[in-house]
Design a protein around this ligand. Structure first.
Ligand SMILES: CSC[C@@H](O)[C@@H](O)C(=O)COP(=O)(O)O
Ligand SMILES: [Zn+2]
Length: 217
């Protein structure tokens, strides 16, 4: 529970929009199985996180199969002092999202074949554009299929801290698509809740499937 002054000057208790650590861990275990069943996190690929009521970020341990997560594989990281050992190798890309977007409650990173292939195909352009697809409206804030919805593509890097700074400084976390691709690597997407992040993941995967299929024709 967070607290803030009420109009009367007293401290009023208002419910935190974020789950406690235990609930977040359970949610991440479940979404790990869900993305694994869809073939979007092969081998030990992908990482998953949620903001918790204490302000700490719950994130997957590095190097585990996301379809076989148990609650002990979900570690808590302090957003301002992220020193927890063993967390995802891509923790910085998650933390940068939470710092840039105070309303975001969940970040999902996946490695579907479609995201991998499409990000390579359009890497030189630096983005893939969706236009004319009704499912663009699966993304928060999008109200029509008629607009152009850009999904940024960044060059992949093994220097994740530097990449996180680069994505932040170039406005990647403000993308209207609520996500970005890393070329030859995969997709990052987020939402105000785990449910919204999952909806964005499904919508973006659908839209990427459509574009990849059109490229094949
Ligand atoms: C299986 S290779 C994929 C990794 O290099 C990485 O990109 C990834 O998504 C998973 O890293 P992790 O440290 O397990 O969170
Ligand atoms: Zn990855």
């Amino acid at each position: 529970m967070s607290q803030s002054p009420s109009h009367s000057g007293k401290i009023a208790s208002i419910p935190s929009p974020w789950p406690d650590a235990e609930t977040a861990a359970q949610g991440l275990v479940e979404i790990g199985l869900w993305v694994s069943e869809r073939g979007w996190v092969p081998a030990t690929a992908g990482n998953l996180s949620m903001r918790t009521a204490s302000g700490a970020i719950a994130i997957t341990r590095s190097g585990v199969d996301k379809g076989e997560l148990v609650p002990a594989d979900i570690l808590l990281v302090d957003l301002d002092n992220p020193t927890t050992p063993g967390t995802s190798a891509e923790t910085d890309l998650h933390l940068a999202a939470y710092r840039a977007l105070p309303a975001v409650g969940a970040v999902l990173h996946t490695h579907s074949p479609t995201a991998t292939l499409l990000s390579r195909r359009f890497a030189a352009a630096g983005k893939v554009t969706f236009q004319g697809y009704e499912l663009q409206k699966g993304i928060a804030g999008v109200t029509t299929h008629e607009g152009a919805l850009d999904l940024p593509i960044y060059a992949n890097s093994q220097d994740i801290p530097a990449l996180a700074v680069h994505v932040t400084e170039t406005g990647g976390y403000q993308a209207a698509a609520h996500g970005f691709l890393l070329a030859g690597h995969g997709l990052y997407t987020w939402g105000k809740s785990l449910a919204e992040a999952r909806r964005h993941l499904v919508a973006l995967e659908f839209l990427m499937d459509c574009v990849l299929e059109e490229e094949r024709r």
